[in-house]
Design a protein around this ligand. Structure first.
Ligand code: ZN
Ligand code: ZN
Length: 138
């Protein structure tokens, strides 16, 4: 709770629900799903309904406080605190573990586009496969 208190983003009205969602996000090292956030708020004794969690998340995303990480064709959307750093992830298709990538392979990538006036402002990239645990199991 103290961390959310200290890091409360500027210009955003503080509500119990928003606070609970942000605390859950801060408590997680990796991006987490809305359902996981919901479970987390319940565990913390400040339960927020899943539908409300989604609403709060969409609000935070709009405000730039939270980043939505869509993985595996967005059959699951994950959320994390926006730390204003460019980040990619690898996803294990078996256990769904999310592994952060330390580099960006697109940094030096020059796209060959049919529209040569196209201005690239960002990109998405996801890797999928088997994590060390699942790969070892065969
Ligand atoms: Zn795995
Ligand atoms: Zn990148």
């Amino acid at each position: 709770m103290a961390a959310a208190e200290r890091d409360w983003p500027d210009g955003i009205k503080k509500t119990k629900q928003r606070q609970a969602v942000l605390t859950a996000l801060e408590g997680s090292g990796n991006p987490i799903s809305a359902a996981a956030i919901c479970a987390q708020t319940e565990k913390a004794g400040a339960a927020v309904w899943l539908s409300t969690v989604y609403r709060v998340l969409e609000f935070f995303v709009r405000k730039g406080v939270v980043t939505k990480v869509a993985v595996l064709n967005s059959d699951m959307a994950l959320y994390e605190i926006n730390r204003f750093q460019h980040k990619h992830y690898a996803v294990c298709v078996r256990c769904r573990k999310i592994i952060p990538m330390d580099n960006c392979p697109m940094e030096k990538f020059v796209p060959k586009l049919a529209d040569d006036g196209f201005q690239v402002t960002g990109h998405n990239l996801e890797l999928y496969g088997y994590c060390g645990d699942c790969g070892a199991k065969g």
